[in-house]
Design a protein around this ligand. Sequence first.
Ligand SMILES: N[C@@H](CCC(=O)N[C@@H](CS)C(=O)NCC(=O)O)C(=O)O
Length: 230
Amino acid sequence: MADVVIYSSAGCPYAHRTRLTLLEKNVDFTLTEIDLDNKPDWFTKVSPLSKVPVIQHGKNRVWESTIINEYLDEVFSDAPLMPTDPGERAIARIWIDFGNVKFVPTFYKLLLNQEQEKQKEWVQQLHSHLLFMEQEGIGISSNGPYWLGESLSLIDLSFYPWFERWCVLEHYRAFTLPSTCLRLKQWYSAMLTRESVQSIKNSPDFYIQQYIKYANNTASGITAQEMRRM
Ligand SMILES: N[C@@H](CCC(=O)N[C@@H](CS)C(=O)NCC(=O)O)C(=O)O
């Protein structure tokens, strides 16, 4: 039996964060794939919010991708993915929180919204988040290649899955990464060199297919409903 069991779904960016963390930390794990359109009856017993990812590690069941990732980093303390300095740890948490609270919901709002005027507003919002990340985040935290410098951290793993899915915004909303986001582009290229990233990377076609129901606003899952209400 592996150390960790992860309940995951191939298209899910939140589960993607945690799978990358497990791979980067070289933790032995078993993956149980959940079909989110057809969840098994037992799934709510495993996942209190009926979402992936969830991990089971011994007696500990942990959910919420960014909490899981910190948990894994603390328990499997080799190859740490959080800085040791308290100031830098705070910076890491600030940007992970920014991802969860600002960046990711805007990504979904842009996809879900069907009115052109509203889409323009969400494009502007996402654009300003990207510039903020570029100028106040990655641009001043280090000279690269990663957010905090030479070493990969949980900030990188928290943002990466949405950048792998950028093809979805390009395809459905013609929104490419702004040319001014030079550091973010270099960072993305550096992420693509990681073995972990390559080993579970999906093609643009896969994501374009996966996100059809977000792009035409017919997605009926819990996450889509929550994003509409935000
Ligand atoms: N805040 C959660 C979000 C997890 C989440 O929304 N996962 C989606 C899949 S990408 C899910 O399982 N949704 C269930 C549903 O839509 O019914 C986390 O960070 O883990």
